[in-house]
Structures are given as structure tokens and as C-alpha cells.
Ligand binder design. Sequence first.
Ligand SMILES: Cc1cc2nc3c(=O)[nH]c(=O)nc-3n(C[C@H](O)[C@H](O)[C@H](O)COP(=O)(O)OP(=O)(O)OC[C@H]3O[C@@H](n4cnc5c(N)ncnc54)[C@H](O)[C@@H]3O)c2cc1C
Length: 373
Amino acid sequence: MDEVGVVGLGVMGAAICWRLGAGGQAVVGYERLMPGHQFGSSQGVTRIIRQAYYEHPDYVPLIRRSWGRWQELERVSGRSLLTQTGGLMIGRPDGELIAGTLTSVQRHELRHQELSAQEIEERFPQFRLPTDVVGIYEHQAGVLACETSVTTLVQAARHTSHPLTLVHDQVLRLEAASDHVRVHTAQGSRDFEQVVVAAGGWASELLPDLGLPLAVERQVQHWFAPPDPSLFQPERLPIWMHESDDDQIFYGIPAVDGKWAKAARHHHGVTTTMNELDRAVSDQDRQVVVGATSTFLPALGSSIAASSVSCYTNTPDRNFLIGRLKALPQVVLAAGFSGHGFKFAPVIGDLVEAIIRQDAPPPPILSTIRFGL
Ligand SMILES: Cc1cc2nc3c(=O)[nH]c(=O)nc-3n(C[C@H](O)[C@H](O)[C@H](O)COP(=O)(O)OP(=O)(O)OC[C@H]3O[C@@H](n4cnc5c(N)ncnc54)[C@H](O)[C@@H]3O)c2cc1C
């Protein structure tokens, strides 16, 4: 009974299992699909990691820790997961992206350069920009492997001093008593003193009575075959984000496979549920991104080689939702990663390990307490 149960082994559950096991905690992880699958939020080959954090400067110390943990994972697994490319944020000086990025780099003294539109074009001729936009270039940013990170985290969790027990099954429901939580699957049930719910967009289904403030948002990623692929190699193009006049943010990842460069719109997707998520890619999905990138990144071209649909799980303030639940004190929630959680996964593992083993609360900006949960 002193094992901890973890429900869901997307990137968060997998990282939580790794950090719990590394801390000497026995863990049973439940995943209904194969880790590294395509149906949750941890899919799509690549993810951005950056420290200059326009969303809120309080995330910067967490990313610094996380960067070290990703490198540690590379060492213990012998796999390459993180490619440092630098990062470029582009927009008007008073927009959310540039103003927020500047606040975070200044407050945390991150190594960066402020660039005019002309300087951006000289350095990165892939872009065509109006003179009133500016850029912030950050050195310590790059690309994380996505599905490979999930499977590597699971493997690392299986090689700790307390190896993960992996159960390939769907958790049907959780039943809480005063001193334990019973996890029910089709194969039977098992009792735990504590359970972590890291079920992504499915978290609300698993905890239906709590009214979790989570909304599933459809998102589409596209892989472009640029006319001149050499311009999109990681040595020549950093990860980038661009805020347009209508406040829409687009982002992109260089061609880490040598061929295809990723581009997508951040947010502005339809609110849906995991059961109703429309996984078909439409011409309109493609046009949204081609229409925008053709204005500021014409070298990308309009030839889309592949696209895929997945989802964000958003909280109302788009900060994560982590903590022990008042209504179910033996349950710790790690959800609501609002489209920017991947880079933090190992440090989310550390935060959850601290809650489970020492009852240490997460940083207030991420805590379930802010929604009275
Ligand atoms: C298109 C897109 C682009 C993104 N880009 C970035 C980026 O560049 N940088 C960044 O940092 N973040 C990014 N993110 C965000 C990041 O990918 C997510 O925050 C992260 O993947 C969330 O992981 P998760 O483990 O919470 O959810 P998921 O990956 O969805 O995992 C949940 C898991 O729980 C399992 N599960 C659910 N219910 C049950 C059950 N009842 N029983 C058993 N198993 C269950 C599911 O099968 C699934 O494997 C992006 C997200 C998307 C969708």
C-alpha cells in the first residue's frame, strides 16, 4: 500500500514516475494506450523549450531547473533529446509577446539581444518584416524531441532504484476512502495511499464531481516542405514566435529532420472535449497558417507535407493546475498545462514528488488553491 499510483503516462505522468522512482518511491503507472502515442497532447515530433518567458517571469526559475533535468535524462538514457537552436520572439514592442519576454529576460538577467526589424532580416533572411516590429533573440532555447522524450522518461522510470510498474489499462474510476484511494480498471482494483492524476484532457472525465476549471482546445500543427530547406536547418534558424497585429501568435520549429519545418498557430482553436475532438485537417486549418506565414516568413512557402490535430488543456488563466485536492486529499492533480507545459515536464515531476513525499506546496502561480480546489 505504500506505492503511489499515477494515472496517465503522457509526458507529465512519465516524468512524475521518473522523479518519484529516482526519489526512492515505489510507483504503479496506468496508461490505457502505448506511451508515446498520438492521441493526447504529447505528440507531434518536436516541442519548443525557451527560458525567455512572456507568459510570466515566475516560470523562468522552473525552466532553468528543467533544462538541467532534460540534460540529466540525456545522460542516464544515452539519448539525444534537446537541440539548442536559440530562440527569436518577434512583434510590436507593446504587444504581449515582446513586452512579456523583455520583462522576463530583464528580471532574470537572461542572455539575450534586442534586434530591430532590419537586424532580424540581416541575420535571418527567411523573414520579411515591417519596420515597426522588433525582436528578442535568446541564446538558451531550442527543440525537445516529443514522443521520444515520453518513451525515454518511461524507460528511465523503469531503471530507478524503485522501478516503475507499468499497467496497460484504462482507469475507469477512482474511489476515495479516508486513508486510501481505490483505482478501478477493467482488470480489477488496487488501493493506494496516494494517487496522482496526470490524465491530460481526460482529467475532468476521471474526476467528474469536482468541476475542474479545464477546457480542451483543438490545435493543428503543420510541417512545411520549404522551397530551400537549407534556410530552415537548426544551424540557420532558431525556434521562433511571431505576434501579429491582431494579437495572434504563430510559432515555428526548424527542420530538425533536415527536411520539414513546423509552423502553427498558438491558441484560437475551437473548444471541444476529448471525445468530440475533430481530428480531420481542413483546408481552412492550412490556410490560417499559410496566410499568416506568407506575410512575415515567405521563405517557408505554402507546400504543407503533413499536418496533425491534437489539443491543449487550458485553465482560465493559462497557468498550470498542480496540487493536492481539498475534496480528495489523497489525490494530487497535475493538469491544465495550457499549451506550454512540455518543456517543464521533469520539473513538474520534482514538484509532484515534493507534494507526495513532503507535502511541499507548488509555486502559488501553479497551485490548485487559486481555484479553491
Ligand atoms: C500542438 C501542441 C503544441 C505544443 N507545443 C508546445 C511547445 O512547443 N512547448 C511546450 O513546452 N509545450 C507545448 N505544448 C504543450 C505540451 O505538449 C503539453 O502541455 C503536454 O504534452 C501535456 O502532457 P500531459 O501528460 O498532461 O497530457 P497527455 O500527453 O495528453 O497525457 C495524458 C495521458 O493520460 C492517459 N490517460 C487519460 N485518461 C486515462 C485513464 N482513465 N486511464 C489511463 N490512462 C489515461 C492518456 O492516454 C495520455 O497518455 C504543446 C501542446 C500541443 C497540443
